[in-house]
Ligand binder design. Structure first.
Ligand code: ADP
Ligand code: MG
Ligand code: ZN
Length: 641
């Protein structure tokens, strides 16, 4: 669905000049080399010379009648000028192993002066020694001096090109980075977004701004600039932003905050600049910055924003402040963590419109499921209503995932259509992990698991403020040996302290049942995740909900609430810390005690349920009902309300 705009390189002024300098330096260097080469060849003489053997040269030189006037010795080579000529016409090479004297070339005129010298020179050749100028050596020398410089220049120009390429890439939406969902692409509309009616309503207004900007301008209304979509992961924020673009039928420029993190230093800000200028050119249009918290986290929060992020963030702010009222560009952003955002981003004129995207309620879940099962072949028995009921707390993405898993499961089993069994399996797979039918449990382990799960079920069933038991299974799934599902009759936003205490107790039910049946020393590792859950819930009840008996109505800034990061920063005294620990322990002890009391009082029911589980492995609500029916709540497990 993502379309890449054709890459259009944007040359920055100056970038061109730099590469010109490089080119001229290179050109000079090549010229120099060429010149040196020419000089070298000139030195060796440009007229054609006859190569003669050294023995012949020596013979003629020693002969008073010989025709050689002058021998110029340069290193190993001899240039021979004949009598009556003014330029060497012959060339010869000495044997490199010895001196010329050894080889028989004698300078007869050495040491003579005046007329004697002239007379000698008429008879014998003048022998001149020229310094051995190794032209190639000179060239090599030059090369060795110049090459590192050239290499450096090359390296810098290469670096520059890289940086420019990165800039151009970001500026031109190349390489599948920033995406444009053009008007001709498959459009997402509000119809594709199920539920979330209030968010859609808020956004309809934005769509109208984009469609009829004139209408608002005429009345002098300020068009909103920034719309922040806030909500849990997977609730459809990204989908919603795309739907706005689809509804308004305007170009949609999208980039994810996390993509900035991968960029070259300094690129984030220029990227933002170009994103905005592109959007302005294509106005009316939408800029969508997904996961904006990645660049716009509080500058003083945990870890702090890096300098790079800060520049990116500042650039976003600068661009938004620079908008004219009639620019026709609306900036949307999405985040899971509004609390983490830099406050500067939320000021008027920036992201001052907030649209909350919430986890779907039961009827919305049903709508979302319908959207995602649409177009898939389903059997008559598929019960989306009950799936919607079971999936409290699931996000739209979770539900889409279940629908997809159901289809995959059905295909794997070779079904022609998705059956309800596929749907239930998909739900449990998504919630806990795939069933591990192949995992072998020995009889003893199976029995322990059966009692453990039965313990959860009996305690949960008996306690008055616990949700009803929906299903119990001892088929291993994910990391668990078995699962007991509790199902709230309806969605609830709040839980009271009694409900929470019952949750703690039923979580303890597994371990307590093991202890009751197999003895206190027979405890297994099967309850570790239950105990972790108990510890976590108890802690948050004390620290965050103010539910401690000795600390009632007091909440304590904790790591979870983001007020402090290092334990030494605890903004309360050691004495209070001890009190908190004691409160947490009290809650978990009470839960264990209540679970134990319930199980002791209903041992017969516990045995029966464990037995049935060993036999059938999975029991549904209807099968559980007759077994659990006779269980009673003992006085000792009641809460003092
Ligand atoms: P977020 O951006 O909030 O994390 P997304 O928009 O990426 O969530 O949602 C992920 C997927 O979940 C979507 O592509 C869509 O398939 C599904 N989804 C989420 N919410 C809804 C919804 N309200 N209606 C239909 N599908 C949804
Ligand atoms: Mg998203
Ligand atoms: Zn358990």
């Amino acid at each position: 669905m993502a379309e890449n705009l054709p890459k259009k390189p944007i040359m920055r002024p100056g970038a061109n000049n730099k590469s010109n300098t490089v080119r001229s330096i290179l050109f000079t260097f090549i010229l120099l080399c060429f010149g040196a080469f020419l000089i070298a060849n000139m030195n060796y003489g440009d007229t054609k010379k006859d190569e003669v053997p050294i023995s012949d040269v020596i013979q003629r030189a020693n002969d008073p009648e010989g025709n050689i006037a002058k021998i110029t010795v340069t290193g190993n080579s001899l240039d021979i000028t004949l009598k009556g000529k003014d330029k060497p016409t012959e060339i010869s090479r000495k044997d490199p192993s010895g001196t010329l004297y050894d080889q028989g070339l004698i300078n007869y005129c050495d040491g003579l002066e005046g007329e004697e010298l002239t007379g000698c020179q008429e008879t014998y050749p003048v022998i001149e020694y020229k310094e051995d100028v190794d032209v190639w050596g000179i060239v090599l020398n030059i090369a060795l001096t110049v090459l590192p410089i050239v290499a450096l220049v090359f390296f810098f120009s290469w670096m520059m090109k890289q940086a420019n390429a990165a800039n151009n890439q970001s500026m031109s939406f190349g390489k599948s980075r920033a995406r444009l969902y053009g008007p001709d692409k498959k459009k997402v509309t509000f119809k594709d977004v199920a539920g979330n009616e209030s968010a859609k309503q808020d956004l309809t207004e934005i769509v109208d701004f984009l469609k009829n900007p004139k209408k608002y301008e005429k009345l002098g209304a300020k068009i909103p600039r920034g719309v922040l979509l806030a909500g849990d992961p997977g609730t459809g924020k990204t989908l919603m932003a795309r739907a706005v673009a689809g509804e308004a039928d305007v170009p949609f420029f999208s980039i994810s905050g996390s993509e900035f993190a991968e960029m070259f230093v300094g690129v984030g800000a220029s990227r933002v600049r170009d994103l905005f200028s592109k959007a302005k050119k294509n106005a009316p249009s939408i800029i969508f910055i997904d996961e904006i918290d990645a660049v716009a986290h509080k500058r003083d929060a945990k870890g702090g924003a890096g300098r790079e992020d800060e520049q990116t963030l500042n650039q976003i702010l600068v661009e938004m402040d620079g908008f004219d009222n009639d620019s026709g560009v609306i900036v949307m952003a999405a985040t899971n963590r509004v609390d983490m955002l830099d406050k500067a981003l939320l000021r008027p004129g920036r992201f001052d419109r907030h649209v909350n995207v919430t986890l779907p309620e039961r009827k919305d879940r049903l709508e979302i499921l319908k959207v995602h099962f649409k177009g898939k072949p389903v059997e008559e028995d598929v019960d989306l209503e009950s799936l919607a009921k079971k999936t409290a707390g699931s996000s739209g993405a979770d539900l889409a995932n279940i629908a997809n898993e159901a289809a995959i499961g059905a295909a794997r089993e070779g079904h022609k259509a998705i059956s309800n069994k596929d749907v239930v399996e998909a739900f449990e797979r998504v919630a806990i992990g795939p069933a591990r039918k192949s995992k072998v449990m020995n009889e003893k382990e199976k029995k322990i698991t059966a009692y453990h799960e039965a313990g959860h079920a009996v305690v949960g069933h008996v306690l008055p403020d616990s949700d009803p038991v929906h299903k119990v299974t001892i088929i291993p799934r994910g990391n668990t040996g078995g699962v007991t599902w509790f199902l709230p009759p309806e969605d609830r936003s709040y839980k009271n302290i009694y409900e929470l205490k019952d949750i703690l107790a039923r979580a303890m039910g597994g371990r307590m049942a093991e202890k009751l049946i197999f003895g206190k020393d027979a405890v297994t590792t099967g309850a570790s995740s239950d105990l972790k859950n108990v510890a976590q819930l108890a802690k948050s009840m004390i620290l965050e909900e103010g539910m401690g008996e000795g600390t009632r109505n007091l909440v304590f800034p904790s790591e979870a609430t983001g007020y402090y990061t290092i334990t030494t920063d605890k903004p309360y005294s050691e004495k209070t810390a001890e009190l908190i620990d004691a409160e947490i322990k009290k809650l978990s002890d009470e839960a264990a005690k209540r679970a134990e009391e319930v199980l002791k009082a209903n041992k017969a029911v516990l045995d029966k349920l464990a037995e049935e589980l060993l036999q059938h492995e999975t029991l549904e609500e209807a099968e559980l009902e007759p077994i659990l029916k006779s269980a009673k709540l003992p006085e000792t497990a009641k809460l003092y309300k």
